[in-house]
Design a protein around this ligand. Sequence first.
Ligand code: ADP
Length: 310
Amino acid sequence: MIEVRALSKRYGDILAVDQVSFTVETGEVLGFLGPNGAGKSTTMKMIAGFLAPTSGSARVCGFDVEEQPLEAKRRLGYLPEGAPSYGEMTPLRFLKFIADVRGLSESEGRKRIAAVIEQLHLGAVLHQPIETLSKGFRRRVGLAQAILHDPPVLILDEPTDGLDPNQKHEVRELIRSMAKDKTIIVSTHILEEVHAVCTRAIIIAKGRLLADDAPARLEARSRYHGAVSVSAEDLVAVEAALRTLPEVARVEIDATQRRVTAFPRDGKAIFEPVTRSLRERGIAFAGIELERGRLDEVFRTITTAEGVRT
Ligand code: ADP
């Protein structure tokens, strides 16, 4: 549904996007991750047909966004970063305008506008100029225009930016509910969002694609994958107990978090032996957790200087 081939964008001396290639299928929610300035927005603008690539190509539902822009854009909803243009319009006028631009019939337009007002809870602000709305409402008006024509492909640049936790939760639910029959790309720098909505994640830094995998498999690259962390008062006693286990390769104490982490030897399962050892020695602990891996650590490793191939 989305096919990106060797896409590059140069701004003068800056190579903002460098030979990026990937495909996304129906039912996938692809998380687009990377530090600020990584090239996420630039890549999304090129797929959405709002910016011409320096080289390479992007296709939406089989249509090349440069050669068949109308066919591609008809099938695509795009939420740009920041606030919607036309700030002096009210949300209702703006959505009517978008319905016209999208070529929806009068009755279809009315139906879809009512649907997105409901989905994004815009009822209370319909007649207030967009530029006077809070950031959260402006973001939701932007989302409403992106999904107005119910396109099969959605490209959403930081859709939860500026929303409070409840609104973030609602927008994530909305994305998840739309996911099964659509193809969605969501850019974010919030790693919890990847868990919440994405079936797959791409990490880019300095314009280059550095990883493309399921969130759980990215976590499995973490040095914490399979480790067991114990929260306790007596960290020294916990450390002593875990250190003696043959299945444990290494033990680390985190004094600030009041936590001891044991790392498995050769990928061995250590949750059982760790729990047993603590019980046998009568050591009290407040919590014990088998780590899936820490996405923030993987992200940092991949995107910091050591991780970026130069
Ligand atoms: P991200 O969305 O990951 O934060 P961007 O795609 O916005 O990253 O930017 C990628 C790089 O391209 C950055 O170095 C940014 O400064 C540069 N850039 C983006 N837009 C322009 C522009 N219009 N002119 C010049 N440089 C730009």
